[in-house]
Design a protein around this ligand. Sequence first.
Ligand SMILES: *Cc1c(COP(=O)(O)O)cnc(C)c1O
Length: 384
Amino acid sequence: MKKATQYIHAGAHPDPSTGAIMTPIYQTSTYVQEAPGVNKGFEYARSQNPTRQALEEALAVIEEGKFGLAFGSGVAATDAVMKLLKPGDEVIAASDMYGGTYRLFSKIYSKFGIVFHYVDMGAVDNIETKINANTKLIWAETPTNPLMNIADIRGIAAVAQQHKILLCVDNTFASPALQNPLSLGADIVMHSATKYLGGHSDVIQGALVMNDQALRDELYFIQKSCGAVPGPMDCFLVLRGIKTLGIRMERHCQNGAAIAHFLKAHPAVKKVYWPGFEDHPGHAIAKSQMKDFGGMISFELKLDTMEAARALLSGTRLFSLAESLGGVESLINHPASMTHASIPREERIKNGLGDTLIRLSVGIEDAEDLIADLDHAIQLAITS
Ligand SMILES: *Cc1c(COP(=O)(O)O)cnc(C)c1O
C-alpha cells in the first residue's frame, strides 16, 4: 500500500458490533468477562483499549514499523524509553534537542544514576568518541528543535549496531510523512503526537514505534506498569489527524519553502535555519533521508536586540505567539524564553541558540497571507 492510502486505512477496521467506519471512542475502564480469565482480549483499559489499539496499529504502519505504542504525552513516551535503562548506564544525546527532553534527562534521570553525554550529532565521530562499555542508548533528534540541525540517521545507526547500542530517534519535526527512521536503521522512533500527527492543536499525546518483538514487549510492560497511557478520546483525535497527515504535510512543506525563501531574501534578516537550503550544512543528508524539508523554520534579524525580537513576536496577526508546533495554524515562538527556557543560558548560547532567535511553525494557510503577515511584523520590528 502506498503512503497516501495508508494514512486513510491503517488501523481502520469497521466496528464489529455496528459497522461504524470510524473506530469508536471506547470510553470504558474495564471489560466484562464471560468467566474468570475468559475474555475478548481486553481486561482493563490501562492494559488494552480498542481505540488505542487501532491508533497503535496505524502508528506502526505509517512509521514503517511492526509495533506502535501510544502514551499520554511525548515526554511520557521518552520516559518509557529511559525506563529500559538502569543506574550506571550511559546515554549519548543531542546537544540541541527539545528542551523538555533535556530537562527529563538532566533533572530527573541523572538523579537515578544514568549518565548523559550531550554531543553535536552533526558529525557521527562525536558520538563514537563517547561510546564505552556502559553506553546503552543513543538519543537523536533530526531536524533538531529549534536550530534545524540534521543528524545522519543511517550513519548513527551503523555505529549503534556495531556497538549493540539502542538508537531512538525523535521524529516529531519530520513526521512519518517525511522521514522513517526505522527504515534507516533506528531501533525506536519517538513522536510527540501532539504535533504533526494530531495536527490540530487539540491533544497532548506521544508514541513509540519499533520492529523488535522483545523490545516491544519490554516497552509494553513499561507502558502498562507505569501507566502513562492516553485516553480513548485523545486516541480518536490522533487517529483522525493521521487521515490528513499526507496532504497536510504537503502544504506545510510548500508553505515552509515559500517562507524560508522569502526570509532569506529579506534585507532585514540575518540568518534563516531551514534544511532545504543548499548551503545548510545538513542539506545533503536531509535530502537523502527526508522526502521534503517540512514547515519548521528559525531565523534571526540583523537588528539583534531583544526589543526588535519582541516587536516582531507581538507584531504578527496570523502567526500566533505560542509554544508547540505542527498544527494547521501558524505559530511564532521565542525559544530562549518559551520552549527552551529550561536550558541554562550558557549551555543554550554555546549550542548556538541565541537570545533573539525566532522559530516559526508554518501552518497550512495561504502562503501569500503568511508572507504578508511576516513582512509587516518585520517592518514593525526594525522601526521599533
Ligand atoms: C513537543 C515535543 C516533545 C514533547 O512532546 P509532548 O507531547 O509535549 O510531551 C518532544 N520532542 C519534540 C521534538 C517536541 O517538539
